[in-house]
Write a protein that binds this ligand. Structure first.
Ligand SMILES: *Cc1c(COP(=O)(O)O)cnc(C)c1O
Length: 342
């Protein structure tokens, strides 16, 4: 049974695997650790935006659009997956990229997701850091309309009540995984940015009548602002689904792992990516999942979980951006940071 009754474009590979991470758990000495492999959603190297795009692209088709227009950071995984979905389904794609990282190293500006955006045939324009990206997005859609196109606007991260339904579906899938593996899931940990992923999971739990604690690790905003964003979207979505109201305390975000800002490397992120690579052969990304895992590691070290707990890390993808961040890793012959590399 599903809580949703809405058209979807089947462009992802789901259900994604739920796998144990025994060597990572052993290295950390805490609870049992599992990973929900939403980095394996199939579209253009995968990631969490694919589930959102299944709903958003169906909505774009229903609206009679011929082009999708969206926005993100320069190394946006969302823009890359949107460009791929548009290519696969025969839409044009135009994206605005906000320059959130000062003194961009050359690989950041051209490699990873940026390279793939162009490969998928998307057109991109840049905007300076701090631009009002929602206003810029509306203006870009107007310009496309003037040029005779029929644009469909996808907000940053695909995070509205249409896109977040992808994570209602993921929550249903996780509950089915738990039954299939006979596994009691005690906690879910994930990176939270534009809020649609966490909001979908939270609303999905309201619809399903479950209350597994979900720990959002913020990659951008402070705790109050991030929790407000997630709570507002989860509440709107629960209402659309006809689910019970979202309890305010069902939304938790931590803001201690952002570092200097969105997309800026941190020591915890580098440690988390190297540890997970070397214990599980698994790739995380520097902007989201790496900081999310840094948060999980720190919570384990601070005794937040019981040794008998089963903790699921939702892997939201993004490893493509590693190629734009090689300078952040401590390898011989590499510059130490963006300013040194500029
Ligand atoms: C977008 C993204 C997130 C954050 O998801 P939101 O729904 O924007 O909160 C996490 N991880 C990766 C790799 C992403 O690209």
């Amino acid at each position: 049974m599903t809580a949703q009754d809405r058209p979807v474009c089947r462009i992802g590979h789901t259900p994604t695997p739920l796998e144990p991470m025994p060597r990572l758990a052993h290295a950390l000495g805490g609870p049992a650790l599992y990973v929900k492999r939403d980095d394996c959603t199939g579209l253009a190297t995968g990631g969490n935006k694919t589930r959102k795009l299944e709903f958003l692209m169906a909505d774009a088709a229903a609206a009679g659009a011929d082009t999708v227009v969206t926005q993100g950071a320069v190394q946006s995984n969302h823009v890359r997956q949107t460009a791929a979905a548009a290519a696969k389904l025969g839409f044009g794609c135009h994206a605005l990229l906000e320059e959130r990282l000062p003194n961009e190293p050359d690989v950041y500006a051209t490699s990873g997701n940026v390279f793939l955006d162009g490969l998928f045939g998307a057109t991109v324009e840049r905007r300076p850091q701090g631009a009002d990206m929602d206003a810029e997005l509306a203006a870009a859609a107007d310009a496309l309309r003037q040029a005779g196109q029929r644009p469909y606007v996808i907000p940053g991260g695909g995070s509205n009540t249409v896109g977040a339904r992808g994570y209602v579906a993921c929550m249903e899938e996780l509950l089915a995984d738990a039954r299939a593996h006979d596994l009691r899931i005690d906690h879910i940990v994930q990176a939270t940015g534009s809020a649609g992923t966490q909001a979908g999971l939270v609303a999905g739990q309201c619809a399903a009548g479950t209350d597994i604690p979900i720990h959002g690790i913020s990659v951008r905003f402070d705790r109050a602002r991030q929790e407000d964003k997630v709570y507002a979207l989860a509440s709107d979505l629960a209402a659309e689904l006809g689910a019970p109201d979202v309890p305010r305390d069902a939304v938790t975000a931590y803001d201690g792992y952002v570092g200097p800002g969105y997309g800026h490397p941190t020591a915890g992120m580098v440690e988390a990516i190297e540890l997970v690579a070397r214990t599980e052969g698994l790739l995380l990304d520097p902007v989201y999942a790496g900081k999310g895992m840094a948060g999980l590691i720190d919570l384990i070290r601070h005794g937040r979980f019981d040794a008998r707990d089963n903790v699921v890390f939702l892997h939201t993808g993004g490893a493509v951006s590693l190629f734009g961040y090689t300078w952040a890793f401590d390898a011989p012959g590499r510059a130490a940071g963006p300013s040194a590399a500029a």
